[in-house]
Design a protein around this ligand. Structure first.
Ligand SMILES: Cc1ncc(COP(=O)(O)O)c(C=O)c1O
Length: 354
């Protein structure tokens, strides 16, 4: 049958999101969701919500939410755009800055959505390989990315969990002749971030999400910060009503509760250290993490086998096939009880065999 699609769409396989399994008594540690509920203020907003308001369109500019975000970061509303998840921000960014004559660059391994977004634009994707030993950046990153019009730096990175030196990030912003997008989906779990660069440089965008640290993956909310001309340009190509009324209200309620955010993130960081130490003791290689997950290789370097054995016991983590990534699995930090169960199984798989 004749295809009506553009050739680049025909050639795409499409992004495959992490599995949302429906098993009984499942321990779900595969998509980096928060193990805790969102701020209690979210439940209050939902309980008091008047459904009659839904007959009206939402604010297309998400004005109040952007004002609140701007106030928190000491910037202006004009420096902020909100999206239907940070995936929406990424889509806008690829539409804005890439096409067949404007390549993109990203880290490898990194978030596997980026190459798919490049394909939709018929844009070449330059993949900058991280060091296979410690997943650090190559010193000649700028040289490798030279032809790109959009450089995406996932910081901290996924699925590896590590971060990159801030001084090098500044050097990249100052010297890259194109737009640098810092995907900071996991920045709330990290020691530092690049938010200040978004208004210091005229070529930098920083994106954040409510899906991880705010425990709101279910509503789809993200935002980006940048110099006004960049944000103005993104507004031209966003969907007209990309954030519904409920999402705006829920997002504002969660964002207003920074104390709750800090408490959740502190707990996750503490559990992260504990789990990393316990896995290392069993003989795992654990990449130092600045996120809410661990990238960890079992003693025999067979990530797929470990993934399978956990799954047989209703613990689901994420496995990324590949020469280097295939040695690891990515484990979302769960509640203490969930992490304990994972450890108990892991000890049973590897301790007896040694
Ligand atoms: C690095 C990175 N960026 C962006 C996203 C997308 O997040 P959102 O739920 O805001 O679309 C994810 C989700 O897993 C991610 O890992």
């Amino acid at each position: 049958m004749k295809s009506y699609f553009r050739p680049e769409i025909d050639q795409m396989s499409g992004y495959v999101p992490g599995e949302q399994p429906r098993m009984a008594n499942l321990i779900k540690l595969n998509t980096n969701e928060n193990p805790y509920a969102p701020s209690p203020r979210v439940a209050e907003v939902l309980a008091g919500f008047d459904s009659a308001g839904l007959r009206r369109y939402p604010d297309p500019l998400a004005t109040e939410l952007r004002d609140e975000i701007a106030a928190r970061f000491g910037i202006r509303r004009e420096n902020v755009i909100a999206g239907n998840g940070s995936d929406d921000i990424l889509t806008m960014t690829f539409r804005a800055f890439t096409d067949a004559n404007h390549p993109a660059a990203c880290l490898e391994p990194s978030y596997s959505l980026y190459p798919e977004l490049a394909k939709m634009q018929a844009a070449r994707m330059i993949r900058i390989a991280l060091d296979p030993e410690d997943f650090s950046m190559p010193a000649d990153l700028l040289e490798q990315a030279r032809e790109a019009n959009l450089l995406i730096i996932t910081r901290p990175n996924a699925p590896t969990g590590n971060s990159f030196p801030l001084a090098f990030m500044r050097e990249i912003c100052a010297n890259f002749d194109g737009v640098v997008l810092f995907d900071e989906a996991y920045a709330d779990f990290a020691d530092d971030n690049c938010m200040a660069f978004a208004t210091e440089f005229d070529n930098v965008i920083v994106s954040r999400t409510f899906s991880k640290s705010y425990a709101l993956a279910g509503i789809r909310l993200g935002f980006a910060v940048g110099a006004r001309p960049l944000i103005d340009g993104l507004f031209k190509l966003k969907d007209s009503y990309n954030l519904d009324r409920l999402t705006q209200l829920i997002g504002r309620a969660a964002f207003s509760d920074q104390a709750y955010l800090a408490k959740c993130c502190a707990e996750i960081r503490e559990n992260r250290s504990r789990l990393a130490a316990a896995l290392a003791k069993i003989g795992f290689r654990v990449v130092p993490s600045q996120t809410n997950f661990l990238f960890a290789a079992p003693p025999d370097g067979d990530g797929q086998n470990y993934f399978r054995k956990l799954r047989e016991n209703a613990v689901v983590v994420r496995y990324f096939p590949g020469d280097i990534t295939g040695r690891f699995v990515r484990i979302t930090i769960g509640t203490s009880a969930e992490n304990e169960r994972l450890l108990e199984l892991t000890r049973s798989f590897y301790t007896n065999a040694r």
